[in-house]
Ligand binder design. Structure first.
Ligand code: HEM
Length: 421
């Protein structure tokens, strides 16, 4: 059914429906995520791919991510030396947000003046609001008739705080006379000021895209890193097998790099299996532009479709022992990309959605997840309170998260890794 919906009706379902509050920078009408499939969405997608998410951009920005991975490693090493317990999701958020921020605006959020804490707090608050955002979207039309604007104050409060942070970034870029290399923000500002540009974008549209990248690039990856570390800690044989693979491919004297990932199939299997069992966005919505027949039924125009990726990826018709954590299940397909693609064409694997509105950050996400988890296993042992990590699930807004956030203490494996690799 998922295959039929996505493959045969791709264009027809390539919009998401009305935003909850038009003027919000956060899932508002200026956003890329909520934009209907049309000229604006196509115009914004181009720089997003060429400057951040496409294969060339990913290669060009490799050094930025390598530096952030190294900083992540040294932060953990410092905690390990002090025998401090770490909250994995917080450390993972700092890594993914710093990397994303540096790639799109050229610098990380500053930790000295509290900017980092403000942004990370905002991301967490935004995610916990997503359930209200969805609810507001679904009920918007009938409530509008009654003059009710649900959760407007809360949503606009978050939007205004994002606005302040993003104005700082924009001002910094506007005040630099000579640019050294153009990052995504420079390119969008240039397009905004270009009279001949095929689409006239606004300041709010730039800010809204950056809010979405902060959320898309940070929270999803942080949740997934936390879930996978929990499964690895609960499965010592997985940890052992990952470590054997990493030690033999990477060695013990340098930190894992993203160019190692294609040679680490078991690590890739762990990443994929974690996403299958714990997709951070378990359900996502689309909206039909025109009425059509699906699965033998006529579905009228403007119907909202809710895709339950979580259920698809635990469906026993498609997955053997679907609730078990078994990274090996992906090993056979990893050998051949074609086979992998064929398998996923059945659309039983949906952590990133699918087709033209599927996640454009998929490749970048695999890099964040592979390098972060690879580094944590390569360089540290992990001590927890008690025997097992509690894997109880809960929703933070619409995001699948751990009911009991993973806290553990890193113990260095004593690898001779030095700064400035
Ligand atoms: C574990 C990591 C990630 C997961 C599980 C994830 C998942 C998703 C899902 C399920 C969607 C909706 C897809 C659909 O409707 O078919 C989506 C959309 C999107 N994601 Fe991701 N994502 C991740 C990381 C990222 C990263 C790193 C970025 C960029 C920095 C990103 C940027 C976006 C954008 C811009 C959209 C909207 C696309 C559109 O509407 O055309 N995501 N993501």
């Amino acid at each position: 059914m998922a295959s039929e919906i996505f493959k045969s009706h791709d264009v027809n379902i390539s919009s998401r429906g009305l935003p909850p509050i038009d003027e919000s920078l956060f899932f508002g009408e200026t956003g890329f995520f909520s934009a209907p499939h049309g000229d604006y969405w196509k115009f914004m997608k181009k720089p997003l791919i060429t400057k951040l998410l496409g294969p060339h951009a990913i290669e060009r920005l490799r050094a930025v991510r390598a530096e952030e991975l190294e900083r992540f490693y040294f932060r953990l090493l410092e905690k390990a030396r002090k025998k401090e317990c770490v909250e994995i999701r917080r450390e993972a958020m700092i890594f993914t947000n710093n990397s994303t921020c540096k790639m799109i605006v050229g610098r990380t959020c500053s930790e000295e003046d509290g900017e980092g804490e403000r942004v990370w707090g905002l991301i967490t608050e935004s995610i916990s609001l997503t359930k209200k955002v969805l609810f507001t979207t679904l009920l918007r039309k009938p409530l509008e008739k009654l003059g009710i604007s649900l959760f407007k104050e809360e949503i606009m409060g978050i939007s205004e705080r994002y606005d302040k942070v993003l104005e700082t970034f924009l001002a910094e870029h506007e005040n630099v006379a000579e640019k050294q290399g153009m990052n995504l923000m420079d390119v969008l500002l240039e397009a905004k000021g270009d009279e001949k540009s095929e689409y006239k974008i606004t300041r709010d549209q730039i800010k809204a895209l950056f809010v979405e990248l902060f959320l898309g690039g940070t929270d999803t990856s942080k949740q997934t890193i936390q879930w996978k570390m929990a499964e690895i800690i609960n499965n010592p044989s997985t940890m052992e097998r990952m470590r054997e693979e990493i030690d033999s491919v990477v060695g013990k004297s340098r930190l894992i790099q993203e160019t190692d990932l294609p040679n680490l199939p078991y690590l890739q299997g762990v990443v994929k299996e974690g996403l299958r069992l714990y997709p951070p966005i378990p359900v996502f919505g689309r909206r039909l532009q025109e009425g059509c027949v699906m699965g033998g039924f006529y579905v009228p125009e403007k119907t909202t479709l809710v895709v339950n990726g979580y259920a698809v990826m635990r469906d026993s018709d498609y997955w053997e022992n679907p609730d078990d954590f078994k990274p090996e299940r992906f090993l056979a397909s990893l050998g051949s990309e074609q086979e992998d693609a064929t398998k996923e064409k059945v659309l039983k694997y949906l952590p990133f959605g699918s087709e033209r509105r599927g996640c454009p950050g998929t490749n970048l996400a695999y890099i964040f997840l592979g390098t972060a988890i690879g580094m944590m296993i390569q360089c540290f042992d992990w001590k927890i309170e008690g025997d097992k990590v509690n894997m109880e699930e809960t929703l933070s807004g619409m995001v699948l998260t751990m009911a009991h956030p993973l806290k553990c203490t890193p113990i260095p494996r004593g690898l001779p890794i030095s700064k400035g690799l």
